[in-house]
Design a protein around this ligand. Structure first.
Ligand code: SF4
Length: 262
């Protein structure tokens, strides 16, 4: 399926919906989880180093474009030492099809050099050490910490920023505000995968120009209005009914042992 390029730095804020209640948040994320039980990043990588390189390359570029370039790059430079030895001039020919390739080639060369000098060629698992690397900001560090080190971080890109505001899941004026709201509002046990669920939902269903509400698993819990109708339908989709919880069994009332007055 084609995907839209990310513009992660300062996305414009969509109209923010009324915040979902705690119960609605729980149902919303559970619906995305049921629709995609094993979410994964779409970037191809084989270890923390190649993941870090792929995430740096993915800034303002689609994952598909990165995946077309990285197999040859990783064959030539499978680790930090080889990437540092390649240098910016050696890296550039592999990534010319990717946006901002000149700056990214410089960043990757410097990043690889620092990994060798400071970390013995390994990718550090601490936020401060990651963010000290060239081309690595908070969002990139969050992706690496989540995917490579299993930390409950939330990398807010343009998709997560939009979905969080548009639906009322975690409204916020900046990516950092949305990140903090999501970490606070989502059930802790969902934080490992929530970043993937929300990115993929924004990329393929809750799209920027026109959300595809008619086929959205979480529509019953979303505050966005009016919902987009299915193609060919003339009126906005009617509100999706929420599943009714089962009724508790009725208690049987025993006949009173007290005799009625005659
Ligand atoms: S109902 Fe529409 S606006 Fe709400 S999350 Fe689904 S696709 Fe997005």
């Amino acid at each position: 399926m084609p995907e839209k390029p990310s513009k992660p730095s300062q996305p414009s804020r969509p109209r923010a919906a009324k915040p979902l209640s705690a119960d609605e948040v729980r149902h919303f994320i559970a619906a995305l989880a049921r629709a995609n039980p094993n979410p994964r990043t779409e970037l191809q990588y084989r270890d923390p180093f190649t993941l870090l390189v792929a995430v740096v390359l993915s800034a303002q570029t689609t994952d598909a474009a990165v995946n077309r370039a990285t197999p040859a790059l990783f064959a030539a430079a499978p680790d930090a030492r080889a990437m540092a030895a390649l240098g910016a001039e050696g890296i550039a020919p592999f990534i010319r099809t990717i946006g901002l390739w000149q700056a990214k080639a410089r960043h990757l060369a410097a990043l690889a050099r620092l990994l060798v000098e400071r970390h013995g060629g390994a990718v550090p698992g601490e936020r401060d050490a990651l963010e000290a690397l060239p081309g690595v900001g908070r969002k990139t560090a969050n992706v690496v910490l989540n995917v490579a080190f299993g930390e409950a971080t939330m990398a807010v890109d343009t998709h997560i920023f939009r979905v969080s505001n548009r639906t009322g899941l975690a409204p916020g004026k900046t990516p950092r505000a949305v990140e903090e709201a999501l970490l606070k509002r989502l059930p802790p046990e969902t934080l490992g995968d929530a970043h993937h669920w929300l990115i993929l939902h924004g990329r393929y269903v809750c799209r920027a120009r026109k959300p595809e509400c008619w086929r959205c698993a979480a529509a019953a819990w979303c505050h966005f209005t009016p919902k987009t109708p299915a193609p060919g339908a003339e009126t906005p989709a009617a509100a999706t009914p929420r599943p009714t919880p089962p009724r508790p069994p009725r208690r049987r009332v025993r006949a009173s042992p007290i005799a009625r007055p005659r």
